[in-house]
Design a protein around this ligand. Structure first.
Ligand code: ZN
Length: 214
């Protein structure tokens, strides 16, 4: 049974014109979405550059203590447009996970992060959800590496000496965390429930959704 998950909803939204150049998405995405198994669709039309160079993939993987998850991605060989996401097979409640990273061993802790998650590393970085947000299965080290990459890129771009210094000190901080020399909180909040930190040390709680008062 093919899976009418979030990834396909995204494509439906594109078809409905929620994103730019929706007219370039062909209807055969749809048909293929409901075809059985497996699961690479090459030569699809890219929503960004309109070339037939987009590859869609869908994979299943088992994350221990979390369950089966679907991994989706679209990658364009021409313009390098990339979108990936992850969704748990079982519907899950919105959740908040908090982990104190305190040792090198913690680098291996598994992390599932959907595109709807907010990842907070207090006093270091925040990864926010949004149209450019990606979903993936990784570990704590993978999350830190992504932050490191961003900081390095920012440092290269930056001309202001003060800002360069700040980036340098953030990179040192990341290195210390990686070697277990400095403690760091990692918080993941996901209203979709498709994210998790898989560790006995991680504290899971229901995500409090802010109610906007009238
Ligand atoms: Zn493209």
């Amino acid at each position: 049974m093919p899976y009418p998950g979030k990834f396909w909803l995204l494509i439906m939204e594109m078809l409905a014109g929620k994103y730019s150049k929706p007219q370039t998405i062909k209807i055969d995405y749809f048909l293929k979405a409901f075809m059985p198994k497996d699961d690479d669709f090459e030569h699809q039309t890219c929503p960004l550059c309109s070339q037939n160079t987009l590859i869609l993939t869908e994979r299943e993987t088992e994350v221990p203590y979390f369950g089966k998850v679907y991994l989706f991605s679209m990658t364009c060989n021409n313009c390098k447009y990339h979108k990936a996401d992850v969704e748990a097979m079982e519907t899950k409640d919105s959740a908040r996970y908090e982990l104190e990273i305190s040792s090198e061993e913690d680098m291996k802790v598994r992390v599932v992060k959907s595109s709807e998650a907010t990842v907070k590393l207090p006093h270091l970085a925040t990864i926010t959800p949004g149209p450019a947000s990606q979903g993936y299965v990784t570990n704590v080290e993978g999350i830190l590496n992504r932050v490191k990459y961003q900081v390095e890129a920012a440092k290269e771009m930056e001309e202001d000496e003060e800002a360069k210094k700040k980036a340098k000190s953030l990179l040192k901080k990341i290195a210390r965390i990686t070697f277990g020399q400095e403690k760091q909180k990692l918080i993941i909040e996901d209203p979709s429930g498709n994210s998790a930190i898989i560790s006995d040390k991680a504290i899971k709680s229901p995500l409090k959704v802010k109610v906007v008062e009238k």
